[in-house]
Design a protein around this ligand. Structure first.
Ligand SMILES: NC(=O)C1=CN([C@@H]2O[C@H](COP(=O)(O)OP(=O)(O)OC[C@H]3O[C@@H](n4cnc5c(N)ncnc54)[C@H](O)[C@@H]3O)[C@@H](O)[C@H]2O)C=CC1
Ligand SMILES: O=C(O)C(=O)COP(=O)(O)O
Length: 527
């Protein structure tokens, strides 16, 4: 860590785990936890801090960000940064980072909990027993089995919900204009490109889209009118996506059987028209409230914020930091850093060559993409802060021969960056405005994966039972798989499996899996 002349101060305004705070304190930072600040108090203390860590309750407004004159990084100990004025942070040159996979399993499990609770009226039945009643006939629910679930938003959480719903024997249909057909088919979801076609099919509907101008009141009276009678709706995404007043009207009319809602339009929710219905199962934004999710979120955001303060790669920066950079390029900075870091880990050494090929609007600034990729590569070898100014010198110093070119073939994506280090290839695309990097090819195996902090990659002969063997061994070793993608390569009998895992797998475990499946190559990757 560089020598510091003054105490670097970090303000944490929403509760994170003690283990995260300990990481920062161990590095010598002064950490203040102030979970009770009013907006005015936050504004008053903002100039004193070098970094901020928040969850969803703190509003990091443009005013607070402008007041935070010493701020070098803002960390969100969770997924969604809609409580942070990211544009204001960008304008001030402040990176904003999050932990985009920390709580997705918890949110998906909470979705299933609400779906089941709503379908079987668990809260009302529970309340009646607590009141001393025994009314078995009053509660007649519905099975999930062989019902149609419509998922709106097939991103990280929507995808995990699809997998879980299929385990319940549900038919899964989906609507997500930004989801590729290959991802949908990998998830076993029949993808539709018109929302009005999906609504009449569904017995259950669950929402996993971000709250944007486009998704605000995406479910209003007009959409409720298209739904089947007796539908069950679940919203663990964001308040305001479902029009609560319209849903209350359709519940009152008996058209909606029940709903499960974790996210209400105004939070904390003083009053919602849904509160009058026993069959409205309401929870106070608990999607991420598990020991496991909070441990991941708190520990990893602490690491990323420390990285940011130390000038190291922060893999999940969601905004650009250069003033005059178009968003179409800026969002590829963390993506290229991440791929660079992965390439360095796949190759195991500083590569002798690093080639970047970009297609689409992101190709507007090849220098920035190259510097970011090199920064990622060198971050595994002691140098992270590569900028366009020092990229050539850094490459020379480390003996990396670099080239970059634009291509006209974006392979059906809006933009794509392919990079090759000593012949090892990775391609990445960042769809929409979500700033989430999807790896769409590794070593020329095509797949679609959003890498997590820890992942495992195996190359092996494509035979039945291999995935089961991997899952069994990792399960025995206590390593939870959060997501999995299988990559195929034309004319190749081997497949590549990419597993996002929730904790680092020790070498012995990777070796055990490799032996069991006869892997020809195996890597444990850490971002
Ligand atoms: N209840 C809780 O505590 C938590 C809630 N969340 C919320 O869950 C939601 C999903 O989060 P992630 O899966 O991590 O996000 P994600 O970014 O991985 O996925 C969102 C998906 O929505 C799709 N989408 C965007 N606009 C759409 C539209 N108009 N129609 C249909 N699909 C659209 C995108 O293409 C993407 O696939 C977000 O609203 C997030 O804020 C996330 C974590 C915890
Ligand atoms: O990560 C998210 O998007 C969430 O909604 C979780 O929010 P929280 O960290 O629990 O305040």
């Amino acid at each position: 860590m560089p020598a510091r002349e003054y105490a670097v101060k970090i303000l944490i305004t929403d509760k994170i785990v003690d283990e995260g705070i300990a990481i920062l304190e161990k590095k010598g930072y002064t950490v203040d936890t102030r979970y009770d600040l009013t907006p005015d108090e936050l504004l008053a203390v903002a100039p004193d801090y070098d970094a901020f860590i928040v969850r969803s309750a703190t509003q990091m407004t443009a005013e607070v960000i402008a007041a935070a004159k010493n701020c070098k990084i803002i960390g969100r100990a969770g997924v969604t940064c809609d409580n942070i004025d990211v544009d204001a942070a960008t304008a001030c040159g402040i990176p904003v980072c999050n932990v985009p996979t920390s709580n997705i399993v918890s949110a998906a499990e909470h979705t299933m909990a609400l779906m089941l609770a709503a379908a079987r009226e668990v809260p009302a039945a529970n309340a009646s027993v607590h009141e001393g009643a025994w009314r078995r006939d009053a509660f007649m629910g519905h099975e999930l089995f062989e019902k149609t679930l419509a998922i709106f938003g097939l991103g990280r959480i929507g995808g995990l919900v699809a997998e879980r719903a299929r385990a319940f024997g549900m038919r899964v249909v989906g609507y997500d204009p930004y989801c590729s057909p290959s991802r949908a088919s990998q998830l076993g979801v029949a993808l539709y490109d018109d929302m009005s076609e999906v609504l009449p099919l569904a017995d259950f509907i669950t929402v996993h889209v971000p709250r944007t101008e486009e998704t605000y009141h995406m479910f209003a009276a007009e959409q409720f009118a298209m739904m089947k009678d007796g539908v069950v709706l679940v919203n663990t995404a964001r308040g305001g996506i479902i029009d609560e007043a319209a849903m209350a009207d359709f519940m009152a009319a008996g058209r909606v059987f029940a709903c499960g809602v974790d996210m209400l339009e105004s939070e904390p929710a003083a009053d919602t028209p849904l509160a009058e219905f026993d069959r409205a199962v309401l929870t106070p934004h608990l999607g991420a409230n598990t020991e496991e999710a909070q441990m991941r979120a708190g520990v990893n955001i602490a690491r990323y914020v420390a990285n940011g303060l130390e000038g190291l790669v922060v893999p999940t920066v969601i905004n650009m930091v250069a003033d005059d950079l178009a968003d179409s390029v800026a969002k590829y900075i963390p993506a290229c850093q991440m791929c660079g870091s992965m390439l360095a880990q796949l190759g195991g050494d500083v590569p002798k060559t690093l080639s970047i090929m970009a297609a689409g609007p992101c190709a507007g600034d090849l220098q920035v993409l190259s510097a970011s990729a090199l920064g990622g590569v060198l971050s595994r070898h002691g140098q992270a802060s590569v900028s366009t100014e020092n990229a050539d010198a850094s490459a020379r110093r480390h003996g990396v021969k670099m080239d970059a070119c634009a291509s006209a073939d974006s392979r059906g994506y809006d933009s794509i960056v392919s990079m090759e280090a000593d012949g090892l290839e990775i391609s990445v695309t960042v769809p929409g405005s979500l700033h989430e990097a999807h790896i769409v090819s590794i070593l020329r195996y095509r797949l679609d994966v959003v890498p997590a902090d820890h992942s495992l990659v195996f190359l092996y002969a494509d035979e039945p039972g291999q995935i089961g063997r991997i899952g069994t061994i990792l399960g025995e070793e206590g390593i939870n798989i959060s997501t999995m993608a299988i990559g195929k390569r034309a004319g190749c009998h081997e497949v590549l499996v990419f597993l996002n895992v929730e904790s680092e797998a020790p070498k012995e475990v990777v070796d055990r899996v490799s032996d069991a499946i006869g892997a020809t190559r195996a890597w444990s990757i850490r971002l």
